[in-house]
Design a protein around this ligand. Sequence first.
Ligand code: FAD
Length: 409
Amino acid sequence: MSASESPAGDASGVLIVGGGLVGASLAIALDAAGIAATLIETAPPRADAQPSYDERNLALARASVNGLEAIGVWCHANAAATPIQHIHVSRAGEFGSARIGAGKQGVEALGWTLPARELGMALLRRLDECTWLTRLAPATLSAIEPLADGWRARIQTAHGERCIDTALLVGADGSESFVRGQLDIAAQRHDYRQTLFVCTVTPERPHAGRAWERFADAGPVALLPLAEGRCGLVLTVAAEAADAVAGLDDDDFIALAQLRSGWRLGRLSRPGRRHSYPIQRIAATRLTAARAVLVGNAAQTVHPIGAQGFNLGLRDALTLAELVSASADPGDAAMLATYATRRAPDREGTMAMSHGLVQLACLRQPLLAPLRSLVLLACDRLPPLQRALARRGMGFRGEPPLAMMERVP
Ligand SMILES: Cc1cc2nc3c(=O)[nH]c(=O)nc-3n(C[C@H](O)[C@H](O)[C@H](O)COP(=O)(O)OP(=O)(O)OC[C@H]3O[C@@H](n4cnc5c(N)ncnc54)[C@H](O)[C@@H]3O)c2cc1C
């Protein structure tokens, strides 16, 4: 059953608000399971119109790629993806570093990098193939009213207002979620007072599938391997410095990037167009309400430097699709309680890890330096610790959705 156009009768089906990376993935996963749903999105259905289908380079965990393969998205994206064969984490000016290699973990890649724009185009192509899905875009949710068996959603479209009654309302509408506010779910916020600059650069030496992450007092910096020998630069600067960095010409910007990321890949050159993002941590205090659930950034927005936001949101989406497809009623209270319980360890662990990593890595206390170096060395040298870290890094956290599990050939 798809969400019904009122006043046709009882609320039915699933209504997904937000067709970003997570909402679109959920819609596709439900369709693949034969569940009818309605997806509404404010932006027109084009990759260049969608705010998050932009130039940011996503590091996709291995489990996420398994999931995207299972729902038929990866075949539209893999030509643009670059495998991550090694991860190297260090801190400027301190001894010790942690290296994780795919070979040692018995896999051909720890994950893949892919521009968000390419993933967005792959999702749009796969959405076009859906059978049971109704798509409304541009369409914006403007109000919800409770019904005995679901929600009535008021939606503004180019052709006027439409009302849809749904048995399950899904808020996949991003960090400033309108659905979250309408459901009276509070959100805890932390402003990192940092801005992230993202662009592509060309390193002098081949990246050889290496992802570099380097922490420093001024914030973390990362270089992700991309196609054609390029790298995706992610540079964090203090919020007060953001305007000055935005105003730098290419030569001065590349000099700053070089200073912050080091010389392991030789000289950096040819910076692409710069994009900047202010960084906040936003965590909903609950994941569910009666016949409603939050997924992706609407549920939790984490610091991008840990490369966890979409990976975590995809685990939300695929877990929800798995539970809905096994339930006679998509808004069933027991099913939603199972969802919240099943997502809690992964969600809380990933949020704590992302936040803790940034806090610890950027703290300036001199006494912390040797301890930090020892932690990095332990991660590098102790195989059980490295295995545990690699498994988490590959996205196998909590109770992963079945679609993400490794397939035995
Ligand atoms: C610089 C940067 C680098 C990143 N790198 C990584 C990475 O390497 N790996 C990783 O896993 N994650 C990464 N992330 C995080 C990742 O991009 C996000 O977690 C992900 O895009 C969130 O997707 P979403 O669908 O939940 O939310 P969004 O992308 O925000 O989508 C929400 C959608 O809802 C729509 N919407 C909002 N309100 C309404 C309404 N009322 N009605 C209808 N539609 C509505 C919006 O138009 C939007 O399209 C990065 C983020 C940044 C900023």
